[in-house]
Design a protein around this ligand. Structure first.
Ligand SMILES: [Zn+2]
Length: 622
């Protein structure tokens, strides 16, 4: 999952600001409205204007330091970046606190929204008490580092008394992806999950302090603050997420049923039992969150049929990084979006430099509040990277469309929007489109090849949904006390069984802290955004296809060349986070509700095929 800009990546504060009518939810039941206080409004407007102005400079500085650090890793660039990040965090926390002065004032919608976004911009607001603030910052850094430096060292030491054969995440993840030996998979899984045991007391304390910070800002707990970003009372958002999940659950269960059968054939019924959850180490991913790594040899429906990937012609026709990026740009300009500015081409990093260390993980950057947008990637001529470039340009065009908004509104309508923009465009990168631009041959895919293609995508897009849902459900419980520290691990596995239908590879106890083995827990990054993004991207795709006049199966639609679709997309993107997201969503879709029916629609061919395959089996688990 590629990230977007420097501040969005900072673990404590993100400029990911969205939310709305939460003031009603934290100030108790609405009483009679006090009369407007014009003097409050003038002061509030001046305060917001000042913050917007300060943020221009702070963001420019932060992005310069961040970009330099990621494209030229040295002790010095890391130092400079850390200094600027700290300065930014301090500013943001201070201003969020000051914004409370207008909690009870009657303000115009734009000013009220600006103040609210300012308060909600902090993923873990610090308590006012200086000692506690320092403690919280220390815990955040420590937890992050414990994850980053996590290694599995098998028992035993060499003759110098040092641990031997320690394995980092990449090696263990590679085993999970490629090994088909039950014991090796179990060992790799158990190994990685040793890194998080020592996080437990630190995480428990982190929760206490971050909750205290959230309460000082006027929210019941940190989970309420996170959910308040969605322009509805926190309680309602929980119901909303549950409603969306219930729409996709039947399709997930069909996929699970099929996968379990195939895994039974590979590992035997004693390991993968009928009617039971699947052992979590068998699905090709450390968290069983996406299953595409076991597609080729275990889950491919028709081993002999394939849709040609673009890999062969990308290499044969010598497409380089610039040509691949131009191809992505030409998709966006075909729907009427502007050409990328010359500075994008001058300043982006498209390939791995030979002379220095860089962070190759793909990201898109909004350097200033004008035209300086960039991407940073190490592009290779393979189809996967082609899709990533199209995805990153989704972020870039969002920046371009909302650049005239004040800084506090230069963001996604809610945090699920940003990731969904380029992904929706990728749904238009169909085999027919790739044929059109000369990246696959002239063969019309067979019915079997279409099912294969849908399966491959479903292992990415459908398999992810329960995981995307449960991570924050666990944290909401932890933050509001429904889940006690003494039950952290038990509750985690209850949710993983309930949603994903996977079970722990070996017996677990409260000595373990398995949530900590997923980056976003020690990194304190909210996760519901990914769940929402996976649903929204299909909803966007459907709306764009409708606008383009397309008739036919949704999985065959490409909006390439449709300026009608582009006009509606641009109108939505230009809103940034200036309005409650239902209003923004309405611009494109004509509805104010998120809806998972498009993702189901898209996978209609696969859904029918799975039903056939699963006939006579008892699906589900207990
Ligand atoms: Zn991204």
């Amino acid at each position: 999952m590629s990230t977007s800009n420097y501040f969005r990546n900072a673990s404590i504060v993100a400029l990911t600001l969205a939310g709305a009518s939460l003031l009603a939810s934290c100030n108790g039941p609405p009483g009679p409205k006090p009369p407007p206080k014009p003097e409050d409004e003038t002061a509030a407007k001046a305060f917001v204007a000042e913050v917007n102005k300060d943020l221009v400079g702070l963001a420019r500085e932060g992005n310069a330091a961040g970009w330099t650090q990621q494209t030229y890793i040295t002790a010095d660039t890391q130092y400079l970046n850390a200094m600027v990040t700290e300065k930014y965090l301090e500013y943001f926390s201070r201003k969020a606190g000051e914004a409370k002065a207008w909690d009870k004032a009657q303000l115009d919608p734009s000013t009220a929204r600006s103040l609210m976004l300012l308060k909600l911009g902090v993923s873990a607001p610090a308590p006012a008490d200086a000692a506690k603030r320092t403690e919280l910052a220390g815990l955040s850094t420590e937890l992050d580092a414990m994850y980053g430096e996590g290694k599995y060292c098998p028992p035993g030491t060499n003759k110098d008394g040092k641990k031997t054969d320690c394995k980092i995440y990449d090696e263990l993840a590679d085993t999970i992806a490629t090994s088909r030996n039950y014991q090796d998979l179990t060992d790799a899984w158990v190994g990685w999950h040793t890194i998080s045991k020592p996080m437990r007391p630190k995480y428990q304390r982190f929760v206490e302090l971050a909750n205290e910070g959230a309460r000082e800002l006027g929210y019941d707990d940190l989970g309420v603050l996170w959910r308040s970003r969605y322009d509805m009372p926190a309680k309602d958002f929980e119901k909303e997420a549950a409603r969306l999940y219930s729409q996709v659950e039947p399709l997930y269960k069909d996929l699970h049923c099929y996968a379990r059968k195939r895994l039974q054939q590979r590992y035997g019924k004693d390991k993968v039992a009928d009617g039971k959850p699947i052992p979590a180490q068998l699905l090709g991913n450390m968290w069983a969150q996406q299953w595409n790594r076991i597609y080729d040899d275990l889950l491919k429906p028709y081993p002999a049929a394939s849709i040609e990937s673009a890999d062969r012609l990308l290499q044969k026709n010598k497409w380089d990084a610039v040509k691949m990026t131009k191809s992505a740009e030409s998709f966006y300009t075909s729907i009427g979006f502007p050409a990328l500015p010359q500075t994008f081409w001058d300043r982006s990093m498209l390939t791995r430099p030979r002379d220095r260390e860089v962070v190759c993980h793909a990201s898109a950057w909004d350097m200033d509040d004008k035209d300086d947008v960039r991407i940073k990637m190490c592009i290779k001529p393979v189809e996967e990277d082609l899709f990533t470039v199209y995805h990153e340009l989704g972020h870039v065009y969002y920046y371009i469309w909302y650049k005239d908004q004040p800084m506090l509104f230069q963001d996604g309508a809610h945090d699920g929007f940003h990731e969904a923009i380029g992904d929706a465009i990728n749904l238009s990168v169909t085999p027919a489109y790739l044929r059109k631009i000369g990246l696959v041959g002239d063969v019309v895919p067979s019915k079997e090849a279409v099912i294969n293609q849908q399966m491959k995508m479903a292992l990415d897009k459908i398999a992810f949904l329960p995981f995307g849902k449960l991570i924050d459900e666990w944290r909401w419980g932890v933050f509001d006390g429904r889940i006690k520290p003494s039950d952290y691990n038990k509750a985690w596995w209850e949710l993983r069984e309930k949603y994903q239908g996977v079970s722990a590879p070996v017996a677990r106890t409260e000595e373990d802290f398995d949530p900590g083995a997923k980056y976003h827990i020690p990194g304190n990054t909210p996760y519901t955004r990914y769940f929402l993004s996976f649903i929204l991207q299909f909803q966007f795709h459907k709306a764009l296809c409708d606008a383009s006049g397309f008739k036919g199966p949704l999985n065959e639609c490409s909006i390439f060349g449709s300026t009608e679709a582009g006009k509606k997309y641009g109108a939505m993107l230009a809103q940034g986070s200036s309005k409650p997201w239902p209003e923004t969503l309405y611009e494109l879709t004509g509805t104010r509700e998120m809806d998972a029916s498009a993702i189901i629609d898209y996978f209609r061919p696969l859904e029918g095929w799975l039903k056939e395959q699963n006939k006579g089996q008892s699906c589900g688990w207990d």
